[in-house]
Design a protein around this ligand. Structure first.
Ligand SMILES: [Cu+2]
Length: 345
């Protein structure tokens, strides 16, 4: 009896110390990491860099995202007058961890109004997603409470126009406890479609390549000219995503639309895990193809096991094949397969 009455306060004391320690740890996690996408621009040559680095352990992540017009390359040799977040299409990937505080500043450096819409945020849309006039900016913050692979986009009407011009980017929120597996490689892929028609060649000499222009009628008819991963048709056929034999590979796939679904599939592999929306609570196993709606995202994992999907070439596609024919197909090169030189695609 006497011993028990001694033990209880001691145990309570230890528990109290643990709580204090955890609170202190939480307080020390207020390190701010700032990224200015005017200075951190993702490589787009020879292909948009799809590789992903882990999120830092900073508890507050601040991003400055400039909106700017840019001439982009939507297929080999085909340029387009786009509107962008950060100068590329898609815009830069934002990666945070569940529970992080996310501080956003968007600066409109273009000549027409735009806005930004974070699918990862629970926030009053009329405040955070309001119109940003030229030369104006907006700042707001939210806690990334929901894990996932999210779309971020301009929501200014007509939204179809702002999306077909290139105004979207992916945001990844890693689950608090991690993904439950150790990935050897991680890639981000954003599917989207363009509706492009030839620009006005009467304004410049005919020898100059004219950037393509938006074709609104084609967009309303859902008759895309290109369907792409990471902004350019077929780019990962020429510059495959490279992994090693035995690698577990995690793909964060976001479908920016504006109007098409994505039926994500890897030829010659089966996903041993799919997280619809990128939420581990939704885990599926043994999946051949998984549908990502326009405005949605999902996380896919597969292992390039030497005894199964080992050394070789694997196409990733939207299995809606008319869309794959228009550019939504790429190659994953596992190891250094000898058939590489003779592979026909
Ligand atoms: Cu816009």
């Amino acid at each position: 009896m006497r011993i028990r009455s001694l033990i209880v306060p001691v145990v309570a004391g230890i528990a109290g110390l643990a709580v204090v320690f955890l609170l202190t740890a939480a307080r020390t996690n207020v390190r701010v990491e700032s990224v200015d996408f005017d200075h951190v621009v993702r490589a787009t040559s020879p292909a948009f860099d799809a590789r992903l680095a882990p999120a830092s352990d900073a508890g507050i992540k601040a991003f400055r995202i400039p909106i700017k017009n840019a001439t982009i390359e939507i297929a080999k040799g085909v340029t387009y007058d786009g509107w962008t977040f950060g100068g590329t299409v898609p815009g830069p990937v934002l990666r945070v961890r569940q529970g992080d505080q996310v501080r956003i500043t968007v600066v409109n450096e273009s000549d027409i109004p735009h806005s930004i819409d974070f699918h990862a945020a629970r926030i009053p849309a009329n405040v955070a997603y309001r119109m940003i006039l030229p030369k104006d900016s907006i700042s707001f913050e939210f806690t990334a409470n929901d894990p996932g692979a999210f779309m971020v986009h301009c929501g200014t009407p007509p939204v179809t126009m702002h999306l077909m011009q290139g105004m979207y980017l992916p945001m990844i929120v890693d689950p608090k406890g991690g993904w439950g597996t150790k990935a050897d490689k991680e890639f981000v892929l954003v599917q989207s479609e363009f509706y492009a028609k030839p620009g006005d060649s009467t304004k410049v000499g005919s020898a100059v390549a004219i950037p393509m222009q938006p074709d609104w009628k084609a967009a309303m008819a859902k008759n895309a000219s290109q369907v792409v991963f990471n902004g350019r048709a077929f780019q990962y056929k020429d510059a495959p995503l490279k992994v090693d034999v035995g690698d577990r590979v995690r793909f964060f796939v976001v479908n920016a639309g504006p109007s098409f679904d994505s039926d994500f599939h890897v030829v010659g592999a089966i996903f041993d895990r799919v997280y619809p929306d990128g939420n581990p609570a939704h885990v599926l196993t043994g999946v051949q193809t998984y549908l990502i709606p326009a405005g949605g995202g999902a996380v896919f994992e597969t292992v390039f096991d030497p005894a199964a999907s080992g050394e070789g070439l694997y196409a990733f596609v939207t299995h809606s094949f008319a869309d794959a024919e228009k550019g939504a197909v790429g190659i994953i090169q596992v190891g250094a397969p000898k058939v590489f030189a003779t592979m026909v695609h």
